[in-house]
Design a protein around this ligand. Structure first.
Ligand code: PEP
Ligand code: MG
Length: 560
């Protein structure tokens, strides 16, 4: 079988026997009816859904981290009162419990898929809850994966349910390969958090025969079934040599000539702090607070928020912690905070700061909780707003933060208009943080959720680099720092270019920190500057990258 290609979303090389997730719960027959006792049948369905919810919750507690948030959200799906009513109604109409669950979930699924974006991506989670409930009702084995193995396996699936991946560890899984999913799918998020190589959007992967040895490269996206011994040895040697070299560079981020570029962590909550510290993060550059708010029917209280913020601040005594105030809307809709009116293009709608201006009480509660947490800790708290387009919005946000007693307030540069008029925004803000994920989406009019547009969602696009340069220059006019917290910061080659463009700090998923630290340490500031100039002169992402690399000779020794 020839090699397959997908999108590498978690770096590293993995090799092991392929475990193809083929188990599927049989679909209950359309004419499956119960024996006449609707009450008993409703109880069966309700008990099955509750058992599934409790099991998911328990798995979440055992897994911890982001997996727990995902599994708790799935447990909420199993306990959804609307679904329960739908199931009961179908049973009253004579359907068997299993068929009623199947049909009621089907209706919800369609709604999620039609909503698209973040909600659309949750359809796989809903299917998993449905299959688990049907398996319980029918007395079938509940879908699952071996959580122990004699030899770590390469897990291959069409898509993976969080309940399955949550209990897996690096001792069991050598790599993940999925046919579906994108860089924001659960497989990608969890694989990165686990530090396991992963390739998503890899067509044909499930046709690999179970047990076939598979070699996976989480950087290039190459998936090679039945590789030669030599291919495996070469890939493994390269990966372990690289890891050893990367581990040799420690300490704060800086160029070879001592120019400091602080290396910070992107986190979603207190559970991510250990990973950040383990990889030597100097602080937090992006605390995505929306994870506290998602999947809730009411806003978390100020006290609950204060506790979550304080836990993170206390992990970095004297260090910097940049908290992003709630970034809701578009692909992160909040049940208790719907947009006002219909939005045909949610990514261009009332999201981020725009939504908070419409609901100032939510922002004020969050800022007050942050101010109280900061007063109880020695960490340097900074707050920043997402989705800022103008100087007027910047001035409003900064004034609101200062009124709440927060000493440092900045804005994310995620919209091209903000980069183009960066000097105006810098006059108002204490600092900038470049959100290159959204900045790319809006600069190229290419929805970041759409897998078919990956070529345009590339931060190496010279036009994106131009916007970065503009933002840095605008910040510098007013002596303001300008960091990057989008995914671009975690690409070690691009990190050198960003430093060369004058970016003052880099924040990324913690496992990306060692490679970025090592790449920076092997080049002077001048080499980074030349690499940046060369990249800006390119006319395509490929050209920009190749030109930058030619000025960064130290990368060769890192096998990057
Ligand atoms: C970004 O847009 O680059 C960013 C860091 O924010 P998020 O990915 O959470 O939208
Ligand atoms: Mg963003």
């Amino acid at each position: 079988m020839t090699a397959l290609t997908g999108v590498g979303v978690s770096p590293g090389v993995g090799f092991g026997p392929g475990y193809v997730l083929a188990y599927e719960t049989p679909v209950p027959a359309p004419d499956a009816r119960h024996g006449g006792d609707a009450g008993a049948e409703r109880d069966r369905a309700a008990r099955a859904l509750e058992r599934v919810a409790a099991d998911l919750e328990e798995r979440g507690v055992r897994a911890g981290g982001e997996a727990q948030d995902i599994l708790s959200a799935q447990a909420l799906m199993a306990r959804d009162p609307g679904l329960a009513v739908g199931v009961a109604g179908l049973i009253d109409a004579g359907k068997s419990a299993a068929r009623a669950v199947y049909e009621a979930f089907g209706g919800y699924r369609e709604m999620l898929v039609d909503a698209g974006g973040y909600l659309g991506e949750r359809a796989a989670d809903l299917d998993d809850v449905r299959d688990r409930a049907i398996a319980v009702i029918e007395g079938l084995p509940v879908p699952g994966l071996p959580s122990r193995a004699a030899q770590p396996y390469v897990l291959i699936a069409r898509d993976l349910a969080p309940a399955d991946t949550a209990l897996l560890s690096r001792d069991v899984v050598a790599a993940f390969v999925t046919e579906q999913g994108g860089p924001t799918s659960h497989t990608a998020i969890l694989a990165r958090a686990m530090g396991v190589p992963a390739v998503v959007a890899c067509p044909g992967a499930t046709s690999i025969a179970p047990g076939t040895p598979v070699l996976v490269d989480g950087v290039s996206g190459l998936v090679r079934p039945a590789p030669s011994e030599e291919e495996v040895a070469t890939a493994r040697n390269a990966a372990s040599a690289r890891d050893a070299v990367l581990a040799a560079t420690t300490g704060p981020g800086m160029t070879a000539d001592g120019h400091a570029v602080p290396l910070l962590a992107n986190i979603g909550g207190p559970r991510d702090v250990d990973g950040a510290l383990e990889h030597g993060a100097e602080g937090v550059g992006l605390y995505r607070t929306e994870f506290l708010f998602l999947d809730r029917t009411t806003a978390p209280s100020g006290e609950e928020q204060e506790a979550a913020y304080l836990e993170v601040l206390e992990a970095f005594p004297g260090g910097r912690v940049v908290v992003r105030t709630l970034d809701a809307g578009a692909d992160k809709p909040l049940a208790f905070l719907p947009p006002q009116g219909e939005e045909p293009n949610p990514a261009l709608g009332q999201r981020g700061l725009r939504l908070l201006r419409a609901h100032p009480e939510i922002l004020n509660t969050q800022l007050a909780a942050l101010a109280r947490a900061a007063a109880r800790s020695s960490a340097k708290l900074q707050v920043m707003a997402p989705m800022v387009a103008t100087a007027e919005e910047t001035a409003w946000y900064v004034a609101t933060c200062k009124e709440a007693g927060l000493p440092s307030a900045g804005v994310m540069i995620e919209i091209p208009a903000a980069a183009l008029r960066a000097a105006d925004l810098a006059e108002e803000a204490d600092f900038f943080s470049l959100g290159t994920n959204d900045l790319t989406q809006y600069a190229f009019a290419a929805d970041r959720q759409v897998g078919a547009l990956t070529a345009l969602q590339d931060a190496w696009q010279p036009a994106l680099l131009d916007l970065v340069a503009l933002a840095v220059a605008g910040a510098a006019e007013h002596g303001r720092p300008c960091g990057v917290c989008g995914e671009a910061a975690g690409d070690p080659v691009l990190a050198c270019v960003l430093a060369g463009l004058g970016v003052t700090s880099l924040s990324m998923a913690p496992p990306a920190l060692p490679a970025v630290r090592a790449a920076l340490s092997r080049h002077t500031r001048e080499q980074c500057r030349l690499a940046a100039q060369a990249a800006l002169a390119g006319t395509s992402p490929q050209e920009a990258r190749a030109a930058a690399r030619s000025h960064l000779p130290g990368l060769a020794g890192l096998a990057l």
